[in-house]
Write a protein that binds this ligand. Structure first.
Ligand code: NAP
Length: 252
């Protein structure tokens, strides 16, 4: 057994959007490494499926159905986590959506919806966990951004703006909270095979694949390993950074 396999033993982690894709696999990876995980997303059935899997590795994990665009729901996620475990060590802001459209056709609704889910929720959740983390003098925050937050992408003015915003937000959080032993970093996936990218037409998928030096889509596991590293004590001197997981598609 690798020595880091239980490197998150008894840490308490909240993962938003953990019913599917990258969030689900990240929750599983943290649980395998010993963390107690709070599974949250919008959809109750898939949350319970994830919880069942996660509990095989971390029996004390819990779940709560919670829309990240609802401040009372997010307050309840944090309050419930504190009631269950009396601490919060790790926050992974993973929930995200796309509402693609070309700039000239993009509606205000498409713009604001993506802002609410991908950026405002990251601000709200981070603000909520900051207090308990500051009190503990320990915290690990990882925000999931995207390669397109660095490169731009036609049809994704809303999405790319949120993902670039998350990077700058994370740097500010890293500076503000460093004195309390709290790190804040981003993971920037490239093209990862999940329900989000399954929606793309085969031509669009092939066009992206042709830009990836490692010549394959990433997996949710590839991303989860990067998150697990950044929330571990092995990354205790890394803050304000973005770890790119993109098969060489973009090199910062
Ligand atoms: P996904 O499979 O569609 O999963 C998205 C997750 O977010 C789901 O669990 C979904 O829950 C949750 N979610 C969406 N809206 C929510 C809301 N209002 N409240 C609570 N939860 C909500 O997508 P994914 O590919 O794993 O994406 C995960 C993250 O990685 C996102 O931030 C995405 O932008 C980022 N990312 C993905 C890729 C990629 O290639 N896949 C690349 C770069 C970045 P429900 O379905 O239960 O509502």
């Amino acid at each position: 057994m690798a020595e880091y396999e239980q490197d998150l033993k008894d840490r308490v982690a909240i993962v938003t959007g953990s019913s599917s894709g990258i969030g689900r696999v990240t929750a599983l990876e943290l649980a395998k490494r010993g963390a107690k995980v709070m599974i949250t997303s919008n959809e109750s059935k898939r949350i319970l499926d994830t919880l069942e899997e996660v509990r095989q590795f971390s029996p004390e994990s819990e779940s709560l159905e919670a829309d990240v665009t609802s401040p009372p729901c997010m307050e309840e996620v944090v309050a419930y986590t504190m009631r269950c475990y009396n601490r919060i060590d790790i926050l992974v802001n993973n929930a995200g959506i796309t509402r693609d459209n070309l700039l000239i056709r993009m509606s205000d609704q498409e713009w604001y919806k993506v802002m609410e889910v991908n950026l405002t929720s990251v601000f709200r959740m981070t603000r909520l966990v900051a207090r308990p983390m500051m009190k503990q003098r320990y915290g690990r925050i990882v925000n999931i951004t995207s390669v397109v937050g660095f490169t731009g992408n036609p049809g994704q003015a809303n999405y790319t703006a949120t993902k670039a915003g998350v990077v700058a937000f994370t740097k500010t959080v890293a500076r503000e909270l460093a004195g309390r032993n709290i790190t804040a970093n981003c993971v920037a996936p490239g093209f990862i095979a999940t329900p989000m990218t399954d929606k793309l037409k085969p031509e669009a998928q092939n066009a992206i694949l042709s830009q990836i030096p490692l010549a394959r889509p990433g997996t949710a596991e590839d991303v989860a390993q990067a998150v697990a590293f950044l929330v571990s004590d092995r990354a205790s001197y890394i803050t304000g950074e973005t770890l790119h997981v993109n098969g060489g598609m973009y090199m910062g």
